[in-house]
Design a protein around this ligand. Structure first.
Ligand code: GLN
Length: 292
């Protein structure tokens, strides 16, 4: 007997409505456009499009994973950052919109046709290093990470984005870079204090702890990065790094104590001081200022 079950097939609109109650409308759309390999606009334009039984079943599986807390980016395996699509897995931090500020600050310091050298410490997925490298094709970017699993993702991303001017290295911070000098050092290091309740909430539960949390007050990696920077900066070179929403003043103080000058904190789109930068003082007065 032929079974005609087409009438039972759910439409895009029905599917999204049902999922939205469990995971919210935005995530429901993101997962369905990923599953159907279509642009989100297709879902808006074709609310009556029927899902195949197979797709409906697979979608239910994705919604269950999201409802259990798994981040959308780990389910879809990608996240957009600086208008580029990056592969992500639980081996790397999911690139955040506020981290685009670190790329902006780096690009402000690097003239368009400059052939300078940039070091990205703790590159993870490579989001920051590869975004800078794409925007500045003549720059040589060295991107280092202590996690071999993270480096594999960064390598995948370099291939996907056809970036050839990034040198990916395995190592802990400045490990293996003795004697090498850079015009800029950038980093989005772990800076969440161990014991911060956010680590046990939301997407952060699924992200690599080593990419998020740093010892004590959360500043241990930042201290280490600052301590090693001068030895790896060319004359006139600068250091800029991301930090937590309440760490800007502490980071300016750490840079000041380490002899940096022209220390500036920059605000992200939410108005939070998120990136602090400065360069080692060779001579002259030290200054430290908050962003406008
Ligand atoms: N900004 C991230 C968060 O708290 C942390 C990223 C990091 O430690 N570099 O969600």
């Amino acid at each position: 007997m032929a079974v005609n079950d087409t009438a039972l097939r759910p439409t895009v609109a029905e599917t999204l409505n049902a999922a939205a109650t469990a995971i919210g409308a935005a995530d429901a759309r993101a997962l369905l456009s990923h599953l159907l390999a279509c642009a989100p606009a297709f879902l808006v334009a074709h609310p009556g499009h029927e899902l195949s039984d197979d797709d409906a079943q697979r979608y239910a599986g994705l919604v269950t994973r999201r409802a259990a807390g798994e981040p959308v980016a780990y389910i879809t395996g990608e996240r957009e950052f600086y208008s580029l699509s990056f592969a992500v897995t639980p081996a790397v931090l999911i690139p955040r919109p506020e981290t685009e500020l670190l790329v902006d600050v780096a690009l402000e310091h690097i003239a368009p046709h400059s052939d300078c050298r940039v070091l990205d410490l703790g590159t993870g997925s490579g989001a920051v290093a590869l975004s800078v490298a794409r925007q500045r094709p003549r720059v040589h970017v060295v991107a280092i990470d202590a996690s071999e699993a993270a480096l594999q993702i960064a390598r995948t991303n370099a291939r996907r984005l056809a970036v050839a001017n990034v040198e990916l290295r395995h190592g802990d911070w400045y490990q293996g870079l003795a004697g090498r000098k850079f015009d800029a050092i950038i980093a989005n290091p772990p800076y969440v204090a161990e014991g911060d309740p956010h680590l046990t909430q939301g997407d952060l539960r699924f992200e690599p702890r080593a990419a998020l949390a740093a010892g004590g007050d959360g500043l241990s990696c930042i201290r280490h990065i600052i301590a090693g920077a001068a030895a790896h900066l060319s004359p006139g070179g600068w250091l800029g790094f991301e930090h937590g929403y309440d760490q800007a003043a502490a980071c300016r103080a750490l840079l000041g104590e380490a002899g940096f000058c022209d220390i500036v904190s920059r605000r992200d789109l939410a108005g939070i001081e998120r990136v602090t930068a400065g360069h080692p003082a060779s001579a002259g007065s030290r200054t430290s200022k908050e962003s406008d």
